[in-house]
Ligand binder design. Structure first.
Ligand code: COA
Length: 335
């Protein structure tokens, strides 16, 4: 499947969902252009978060008409008081002072995340200017992990030309961007969140392979034990999902290998959701798939948060940011 096919379908779905997205990096020209594009394409209602005078002046110099786009000023007295009180309430157990909370509430990144917490917006998109750790810290502090999930993680939508594998050649890979060394319990939650991502982004029933260098007991090692334990926990938490392991990469996606190594498996040879044992394996695998199979790699897309915030690459173009607005809008309406 081509990357553009997956993205086009996501855009079409976003257009029917009427979601509201906050863009806190409104001092950046790409974000202003992306906001206009998303609003014009009916992908989402856009709220730019930042200083209104600065945004108006940037829009003018960029030739962007802001008609129909709302601007929320973090320093508007009413917004600021509500956001500062909420942030203080969320973080006082960490010893933050009210004065520090007031300062943080003026930061557009935190103000947008607080609007998300208050359900003024359905999702946020940021990271064209801020680093990934900065984006994650705001989301983790204010939004946190989804109910029943111990941590947020990230996935990539991989699109390969191999139509007989995955979902017409498309896969979800996780975690390739956030958690360096998950425990068995955390790996189980990454698998559960990724199954949801397969439903949302690929519109397919997830077939989740817990990857290892061993297939169903072929090797013995503590690292294999972790994957076996993660599979057990994931199945215990979500018996409704098809999650199996431990499987080697070829047993997961090649039917002939699966037939000889683990013929009893329900998903081996046909997996569409690949869960890597740690960030090293996931990150290396997505980059090699991208280069060696000439695959599309879309992400990292945050998953497992209680509400939807998306991180961008700092190299993102306005069109990329607009696409991530569509992804966020679609994700925000998933159960
Ligand atoms: C996000 C990150 C910056 C947090 O690290 P940190 O600032 O050192 O802070 P901590 O580890 O103390 O975590 C801060 C808070 O986030 C929470 N948190 C950390 N990881 C989390 C996760 N995966 N999901 C949910 N919450 C998480 C912590 O529990 C903590 O919450 P608290 O302040 O309420 O106690 C760190 O996990 C990170 O850098 N991850 C890698 C991201 C990255 O660079 N990836 C590169 C590949 S794209």
């Amino acid at each position: 499947m081509d990357e553009s096919v997956v993205m086009q379908r996501i855009i079409e779905r976003a257009q029917s969902l009427n979601q509201t997205v906050a863009l806190p990096e409104a001092a950046d020209p790409r974000t202003i252009h992306a906001g206009r594009m998303a609003q014009d394409a009916n992908i989402a209602d856009v709220i730019l978060v930042g200083n209104p005078d600065q945004i108006a002046s940037l829009a003018k110099s960029e030739g962007v008409d802001l008609a129909g786009i709302e601007i929320v000023d973090p320093d508007d007295p009413e917004q600021h008081a509500t956001n500062a009180a909420l942030y203080y309430d969320l973080r006082k157990h960490k010893g933050i002072s009210e004065a520090d909370a007031a300062g943080i509430a003026s930061d557009p990144l935190y103000a947008a995340t607080l609007l998300l917490k208050r359900e003024i917006v359905d999702c946020t998109v940021q990271g064209a200017v801020h680093s990934t750790p900065d984006v994650l810290r705001a989301l983790f502090q204010i939004i946190g992990a989804a109910e029943g999930i111990s941590l947020a993680s990230s996935c990539f939508v991989m699109t390969t030309p191999l139509e007989d594998m995955g979902v017409n050649g498309a896969f979800i890979y996780a975690d390739a961007g956030v958690n360096p060394n998950p425990t068995a319990e955390q790996l189980a939650d990454i698998a559960i969140s990724s199954a949801e991502s397969t439903r949302v982004y690929l519109e397919a029933e997830p077939k989740v392979a817990m990857l290892s260098f061993s297939t169903m007991g072929s090797a013995k090692h503590p690292d294999v034990d972790k994957v076996i334990e993660a599979t057990r926990i994931a199945n215990e938490k979500r018996p409704d999902l098809l999650i199996e392991g431990e499987l080697q990469g070829d047993a997961a996606i090649v039917p002939e290998v699966a037939a000889s190594k683990c013929p009893q498996s329900k998903i081996a040879g046909r997996a569409n959701t690949l869960i890597f044992p740690d960030l090293g394996a996931g990150n290396i695998a997505y980059k090699l798939t991208q280069r060696l199979a000439r695959a599309g790699a879309y992400g990292p897309l945050l998953q497992g948060l209680a509400k939807v915030g998306m991180d961008l690459s700092r190299g993102a173009t306005a069109a990329d940011i607009c696409n991530v607005c569509a992804i966020a809008a679609v994700r925000a309406t998933a159960p």
